[in-house]
Structure formats: structure tokens, C-alpha cells
Ligand binder design. Sequence first.
Ligand code: 5GP
Ligand code: ZN
Length: 135
Amino acid sequence: MKDCIFCNIVSGVFDAVDVCENDCCKVILDRFPSRPGHLLVVSKAHYENVYDVDEAVYAEMMKTALRMAKRIKRVMQCNGVNILQNNEPVAGQTVFHIHIHVIPRFEGDEVTVAWRSSEPSIEDLEAVATKLRTE
Ligand code: 5GP
Ligand code: ZN
């Protein structure tokens, strides 16, 4: 896609600091990282997000993210790791080419990945599950 930042990075038109790659994806450093070591696993082919990505490609991206999480833990000596993937603006997606964030976490780092918990009744949970059980 001509106007897509990550397509241009994958094809080498735009620069990025890359870490490694395989047949299906490229691992690059986030240009605006939450903390040093914040990586992005970017698919080589253009998919907007989880609704259109090929399942085998996504599986390979997740496998890569998992390996990178272990590498980040070892190399950055962090206290924890987040693996995140945003779909649509309301969920935080700003670049519309699928990618997985792998973020090293340190005690007191002030990176926020947060939501307010609620405590629905079991009946309410069952009602939601009933909806989700239908194909
Ligand atoms: P999203 O908000 O879509 O889940 O994540 C997009 C990520 O891409 C952000 O963390 C942002 O910092 C990163 N980003 C935006 N533009 C560029 C760029 O030109 N190069 C790189 N390496 N990362 C970028
Ligand atoms: Zn793209």
C-alpha cells in the first residue's frame, strides 16, 4: 500500500531500525517507544488489523512476539513484558497495518496499560457468554 508507513518500512522506502525478520514479518524498534526496547512485530504483507489478517500470518507474528519477549527479558533485564495488539482507533490503533507491540516493563516505569475493573453478577456474565457462544 503506497501510503502505508509500515508497508514503506517493509519495502525499504522508509527507514526503520530493524532487529530481525523472517518470511512473514519484520521486527523493528518503535520510533516513539514507551521505553527503550519497545519493539513492533510488523507483517510483511499489508493487513489492516485482526479482521482481515491471514490466520497463519498472525500465528507466525505471535510466535515471533513470544520469542522477542523472551529475548527482551534476557537482554534488557526488565521486570516484566507486555505483548499488545490494537485494533481500530477506539482500541488505540494509530497505524493501520497490523503489528504487535512487545514492551519491556520496569518497576515504576509509569507505562500505563490499564482499565477500570467492574464486578457484574454471574447472570450478567452468563448473558454475555451466551451471546459469545453463538457463531
Ligand atoms: P498502534 O497505536 O497502531 O498500536 O501503534 C503504532 C506504533 O507505531 C506506535 O507505538 C508508534 O510509536 C509507532 N510508529 C509510528 N510511526 C512510526 C514510524 O515511522 N516508525 C516506527 N518504527 N514506528 C512508528
Ligand atoms: Zn501496510
